[in-house]
Design a binder for this molecule. Structure first.
Ligand SMILES: C[S@@+](CC[C@H](N)C(=O)[O-])C[C@H]1O[C@@H](n2cnc3c(N)ncnc32)[C@H](O)[C@@H]1O
Length: 309
């Protein structure tokens, strides 16, 4: 596991968090494999399940819940007709797609470190969308954005081998950069998993996930996010929902189980079992309250404050 890379052939430069190689280990397993168990928006993050009947089949419930999640983030980021948006960690492009197709953005830029995701989003040919194989710390936009969204990527912005001061510095660098990219008064939205229990990632699930699923990633705590963002952003909303992730993981798990016959030829029996174990183990982690999910809204401060801590 490395914390830096210099893959300049792709336009991507070094990152302070999860390396490009570790990102590819997870996300470049194959778009066809992920398409088997994610919903049709290919959202790979917790959905918003408010008002969705537990008895509704996941074939319709999961895409509805994922679209509700996308709309929540577009709202928090102040998306509106004509807006210019940035999605940091855009995955397979579900939010970019929703933003431009619903007319809530005229231009949307997505950043990802995954070649497979980058190729997929490009293949969609979405009008007004620019997808870049680029880390946030290498991003240099030509003009300010009206809003920024980042869903499920913050977990990659630091690494487990960083001490608390280094993590805070990495997170603060992210917020400082976002502050510089946004126009005055702009909004921003963040969704991230976070530690909520006392043990951090030291337990067996944490060790398995770090070794076999998400190498080079580490979860923040809410206090770290607030401390890191405070100089640059006022918090407008904090919404915690471990249940939203547990229910999403349950739906993914059920869909992967049903798709076993198609999944095994793509990733092998070991790959299939590793993903089944990871999805079930993480579901239990959320149900037990060792980790939670935060959705946080921010408003850009006109003048940054002097950092505390
Ligand atoms: C769990 S996926 C979430 C994707 C998408 N937002 C969603 O909700 O489906 C995490 C994403 O973060 C991206 N990512 C991780 N570190 C990044 C970095 N330093 N700069 C830009 N993107 C990054 C990955 O490439 C991947 O697209």
């Amino acid at each position: 596991m490395t914390t830096t890379t210099d893959r300049t052939d792709t336009g991507r430069t070094e990152t302070v968090g999860t390396s490009a190689a570790d990102i590819e280990f997870h996300y470049d397993l194959g778009n066809d494999f992920y398409a088997l168990w994610l919903d049709e928006t290919l959202s790979y993050s917790a959905a918003v399940w408010d008002g969705i009947d537990p008895a509704e089949p996941d074939t319709t419930a999961l895409p509805r819940a994922q679209r509700a999640k996308l709309d929540l983030h577009l709202d928090l980021a102040g998306a509106a007709p004509g807006a210019r948006l940035l999605d940091v960690g855009c995955g397979w492009g579900g939010l970019l797609d929703r933003a431009v197709r619903t007319g809530r953005a005229a231009e949307a830029t997505g950043l990802t470190l995954s070649r497979a995701q980058h190729a997929h989003v490009r293949s969609l040919g979405l009008p007004g969308v620019d997808v870049r194989l680029e880390s946030w710390d290498a991003h240099r936009p030509g003009r300010p954005y009206d809003g920024i969204v980042s869903v499920g990527a913050f977990e990659h912005f630091a690494t487990a081998d960083m001490d608390a001061a280094a993590r805070l510095a990495a997170y603060r660098a992210y917020f400082e950069r976002c502050h510089g990219w946004l126009r005055p008064g702009a909004r921003m939205s963040l969704q991230t998993i976070a530690y909520d229990g006392v043990t951090g990632g030291d337990g067996p699930v944490g060790a398995f996930v770090a070794a076999e699923v998400f190498p080079g990633a580490v979860l923040p705590r809410l206090g770290e996010i607030v401390l890191a963002s405070d100089p640059y952003f006022a918090v407008t909303l904090v919404r915690a929902s471990a249940e939203d992730y547990a229910r999403t993981l349950g739906a993914w798990s059920a869909r992967l189980l049903r798709a076993r016959a198609e999944a095994e030829p793509l990733v092998g029996p070991d790959g299939y079992h590793r993903y089944r174990r990871y999805l079930r183990a993480c579901e239990v982690t959320f149900l037990r309250g060792a980790a939670t999910l935060y959705r946080i809204g921010f408003r850009r401060r006109d003048e940054p404050l002097r950092p505390a801590g």
